[in-house]
Design a protein. Sequence first.
Length: 187
Amino acid sequence: MSSLRFLKALPDLCRVMMRDRDRMRFLRNSLVGITLAFLVGGAGVTAFRQNYRIGLDFTSIRCMPERIYWVKLGAPKVVRRGDIIAFVAPSGLMLPKFDGKMIAKQVAGLPGDVVTVKNDRAYVNGKLIGDLILNRKLGRGPGDFDRIEVVPPGKIFVIGTLPRSYDGRYWGFLDQRSLIGTVTPII
């Protein structure tokens, strides 16, 4: 294609690309992910690899929609509602298959917040967080997780952003000393 024909076709191409924003977002995020993976795996970047990781989640049932994450290692100095954090699951907090594994969850409640689970729906300070849909799978009945609690000092309430997430709605609070980093979803 000549340069002139390309320039004439460019407006139509841009319109098509704008209609398909999801495909463009996927392409952009894929390129970012590939670049980051290359940097992390490259030689001569030892300090870089010590402070950052690429998190991959290719399991069929996930707690968050993305499959590739950028993990900045180091306990965050400040934790805010909405942050996505990484932690290593302490033994006994979640199910045994998660013990010792790096997990990413979103912070939904901070110390002093009121967590209410009523009629299999979770709320933080009166705001709906999500339904509890894993009761039967966990061998529990309707309302078995109902409670009203205040997030204690040094703890946080974390959730996954997908409905089938096994998170604080079921097992309670996470000790902030368990945090090992912050997470940025890529794709």
